[in-house]
Design a protein around this ligand. Structure first.
Ligand code: MG
Length: 275
């Protein structure tokens, strides 16, 4: 009886699709397929500092950017999309770092032509503090407005974007696990003001076959407000396609030089505590 059912099934497939081994080709994925626009995270006014000076690092932190040099950083592999014709004239060549990003007045600014940079040190579990600023007068819309990102262990992107009065898909706005989980609220400061992320990250544990025994997990405060609460990361964070599980060990903190046309964003006061 079982044999008959199998034969009938095979015959049905043959009839419908012409050949036993041919199924309809899957529809190629597009970037829209992994974007969701509603619900949008509620917009709130975050905590305000009463001075513009950055937070002082705790004594047991590793200082990743001290405002002076990029000795802790190197160019990341797989160069990002090159953006030609950008106005970099306000930076002198002597201000370019070994990673070809710009350091001036205690601030690190993305060089979009140079691609991503990453720490020379590699990490598992950590607490990361990082401050970033969208330039005043930023132009562009949606994802093309102040886009950057922080790749945890070089793989999982926490989005940076100008999400101040700039609507995009919810799982692609600032503070999202890119293309996965939207932030709980939108705690953006306006362009020209410094934002802060405090990121507490637990690295994944893998089985021998390369699948997760426990997924990576992240908690994020944006300007002092909880926006990700023990969020499980499902895998890689590609622009097109679904998260992939890729077995890895310790990894760097990687900063994104996104290839959009808007003015480059800046960072300061980056430190990390290994957990
Ligand atoms: Mg990004």
């Amino acid at each position: 009886m079982k044999k008959i059912i199998i034969l009938l099934s095979a015959s049905f497939i043959t009839t419908v699709y012409g050949q036993e081994d041919k199924y309809p080709a899957p529809v190629p994925m597009t970037h829209e397929m992994t974007e969701f626009w509603t619900p949008q995270p509620p917009v709130i006014t975050p905590c305000k500092r009463h001075s513009d000076s950055p937070l002082t690092a705790p004594s047991d932190a590793i200082i990743l950017f001290n405002g002076k040099d990029l000795l802790q950083w190197e160019k990341a592999p797989d160069k990002n999309v090159l953006v030609k014709g950008k106005d970099m004239t306000k930076f002198k060549s002597s201000e370019k770092t070994n990673s070809n990003w710009f350091v001036k007045d205690g601030v690190l600014t993305v060089n979009k032509e140079a691609g991503d940079i990453q720490t020379k040190l590699l990490f598992n579990d950590f607490q990361l503090h990082i401050e970033w600023r969208i330039p005043k007068g930023i132009t562009g819309e949606g994802q093309l407005r102040g886009n950057s990102g922080i790749f945890l262990q070089g793989i999982y992107e926490i989005q940076i974007l100008d999400s101040y009065e700039n609507v995009t898909y919810a799982n692609g706005q600032s503070g999202s696990i890119y293309k996965q989980t939207a932030p709980l609220v939108n705690a953006m400061c306006p362009p020209g003001e410094w934002n802060e992320y405090d990121i507490i990250y637990t690295a994944p544990v893998f089985k021998a076959d390369g699948t997760y025994r426990s997924r990576p997990q992240v908690t994020i405060l944006h300007n002092g407000v909880l926006i990700q609460n023990h969020t499980e990361i499902l895998g890689t964070t590609p622009y097109i396609g679904l998260p992939q599980v890729v077995k890895h060990g310790k990894g760097p903190i990687r900063l994104q030089a996104h290839g959009d046309d808007s003015a480059p964003i800046s960072f300061r006061n980056i430190w990390i505590r290994e957990l």
